[in-house]
Write a protein that binds this ligand. Structure first.
Ligand code: F6P
Length: 537
């Protein structure tokens, strides 16, 4: 018998199941009809739904049958998914283009896995210091405002989670997130602050990202100007820096401690090159979350994620939720050829979740070469476009296109059973809307008047969370991380690099001085024309 955990990685289009999947798609997949499928199989809901840690998922309203799922599971085995998963957990260099491990799972592992003692010791020591610091800030009534300055993975996770966990956020503290180099963002936050009551967190793995450093420098200038210099005391310039000044009001989370020191920061929380930016909310990058919901709440977030890690590692593939979701993603992207996916959380506190998942999936799997550097063949498309807004707002905006547009877009509903407020009837209305939209997408409603016809047979996945609490959020994000890992592993791409962000950054650096000087030499006609126009005005 083959040991599944030793199967070598194989790109999915080279696996024997790929051809069978294409044949099955051509025979029945393309014209699959949800309404017929439910009528023909009374157990469809049971077959295509499952409980996973902290959440329930109903996949039954997707354009998939048991044969397609069987073949997709065969595909996962043939691609060596289990070996690839185990290699990631063991700390292998799964990020080949950067020669790095991807050990975000270690950040939430309460144990010390064999072979990872050194990394686990770093994780535990930093977390202890970070959580103690978070508690001290919580206890300090003098700090009313916490400003996180960071971008991408150094912003989105903490921002999304602090909003999502609003019910648990300490009263009396405000949290601000400044990411954009657009000065309007920072200026609008600074206007509301008093330096002596503000803590700035400079969050940057590299401590060199242009947006973050521009904002950090501006925040420090503002602080020093408004608080009486680096010592921060307008009356006594004799105080040692650090007692009340920049050193007390600025902390850093970074893998580049030397640069943070050079900036003048003394309190520095590490993270490491084996934690990818978009996988880093579990590290000290989560400091704003820990200040907002406390050490206990942060540990609960980690515990939820860890429960999902265990599920991903141990559940058989056929009942492994991240795997099933990823296989559905492959089915949709490469056979149905759907190019986008809509995230519709029916909870206003989850309003930054679509943006968070967008980075997670599109920065991870928006790739066109495989791990060996070879171009993927035509048709082997990778990450779809992820987009969305909380329901019910989306219903009054883009749901028209979902119901009656020319393209089919799989929708992902997230409904939370218990509300965190006592306003009568709101929550029932909210849940009824989520259910109604999913039902309308599936069932449709025939009408001879074209504009009134709802074709139906439009796919959706429906997640049910009991309550929006740290454990549940942690579990859901980990579910998504593993789903993205799984589809990336089957496509044979590097889900942990992001070389595609480099070129635009480099060009912006060369264009900035040209904006001042007006030097157009060597520029393409369009960029030169735009530059001229921007300078004129
Ligand atoms: O946009 C590229 C990227 O490297 C992201 O992956 C990362 O999360 C973000 O920039 C911020 O980087 P840093 O934490 O180094 O400032």
């Amino acid at each position: 018998m083959t040991d599944m955990n030793t199967v070598a990685p194989l790109r999915c289009d080279r696996a024997p199941a790929w051809g069978k999947l294409q044949a099955h798609f051509d025979a029945v997949g393309r014209d699959f009809d949800l309404r017929t499928a439910f009528a023909a199989d009374v157990r469809r809901l049971q077959r295509f739904s499952q409980q996973a840690p902290y959440l329930y998922a109903d996949l039954s309203k997707n354009l998939i049958d048991t044969r397609a799922e069987e073949l997709l599971l065969e595909l996962a085995v043939q691609c060596g998914l289990e070996a690839q998963r185990d290699a990631m957990f063991a700390g292998a260099q799964v990020n080949r283009s950067e020669g790095r491990a991807a050990l975000h799972v270690l950040l939430r592992d309460p144990q010390t896995p064999p072979g990872l003692q050194a990394q686990a010791a770093q994780v535990h020591a930093t977390r202890k210091a970070m959580l103690a610091f978070a508690e001290s800030v919580r206890a300090d009534a003098g700090i009313t405002d916490v400003v996180n300055i960071g971008i991408g993975g150094s912003d989105l996770g903490a921002h999304m989670a602090v909003l999502a966990l609003d019910e648990f956020v300490l009263a009396g503290k405000r949290f601000h997130f400044v990411a954009n180099v657009d000065g309007h963002e920072l200026a609008s936050v600074l206007r509301r602050l008093r330096p002596q009551n503000t803590l700035f967190i400079i969050a940057s793995k590299t401590f060199s990202t242009a947006e973050t450093m521009t904002n950090a420098n501006a925040a420090r200038r503002w602080f020093e100007h408004n608080s009486g210099g680096p010592s921060g005391d307008p009356h006594s310039h004799d105080l040692p820096a650090g007692a009340h000044g920049t050193a007390r009001h600025f902390v850093a989370v970074t893998a580049n401690a030397a640069a943070a020191h050079a900036f003048g920061i003394e309190t520095i929380f590490d993270f490491w090159d084996w934690v990818g930016g978009r996988y880093s909310m579990w590290s000290a990058i989560g400091l704003p979350i820990a200040i907002a919901i406390g050490a206990h709440g942060f540990q609960a977030l980690l515990a939820g994620a860890h429960a999902m890690d265990l599920h991903f590692r141990t559940a058989p593939l056929a009942r492994n939720l991240p795997v099933r979701l990823a296989l559905l993603d492959i089915w949709y992207r490469n056979f149905h050829r759907f190019s986008s996916r809509c995230i519709a959380p029916y909870h206003s506190a989850l309003r930054r979740l679509p943006a968070y998942l967008q980075q997670l999936e599109m920065e991870s799997n928006g790739k066109r070469v495989d791990q060996s550097g070879a171009l993927l063949p035509p048709g082997l498309d990778t990450a779809p476009v992820l987009w969305g807004e909380p329901g019910t707002n989306g219903q009054h905006a883009y749901f028209q296109m979902l119901h009656q547009g020319t393209q089919r877009v799989p929708v992902e509903f997230i409904a939370v059973r218990e509300a965190a407020h006592a306003l009568p009837s709101h929550h029932e209305k909210l849940l009824a809307n989520a259910l109604g939209q999913a039902q309308a997408l599936m069932l449709g409603r025939p009408d001879t008047r074209g504009h009134r016809d709802f074709p139906g047979n439009r796919p959706s996945t429906f997640f049910v969370w009991q309550r929006l609490k740290p454990e549940t959020l942690g579990a859901f994000i980990a579910l998504y991380e593993h789903r993205v890992f799984t589809s990336g592993a089957l496509w044979g791409i590097d889900s942990f690099d992001q070389w595609g962000v480099e070129l635009g950054k480099a060009l912006a650096q060369t264009l900035e001085p040209r904006l001042a000087s007006g030097d157009m030499q060597g520029l393409d006609a369009s960029t030169a024309g735009l530059l001229r126009r921007l300078r004129e005005h």
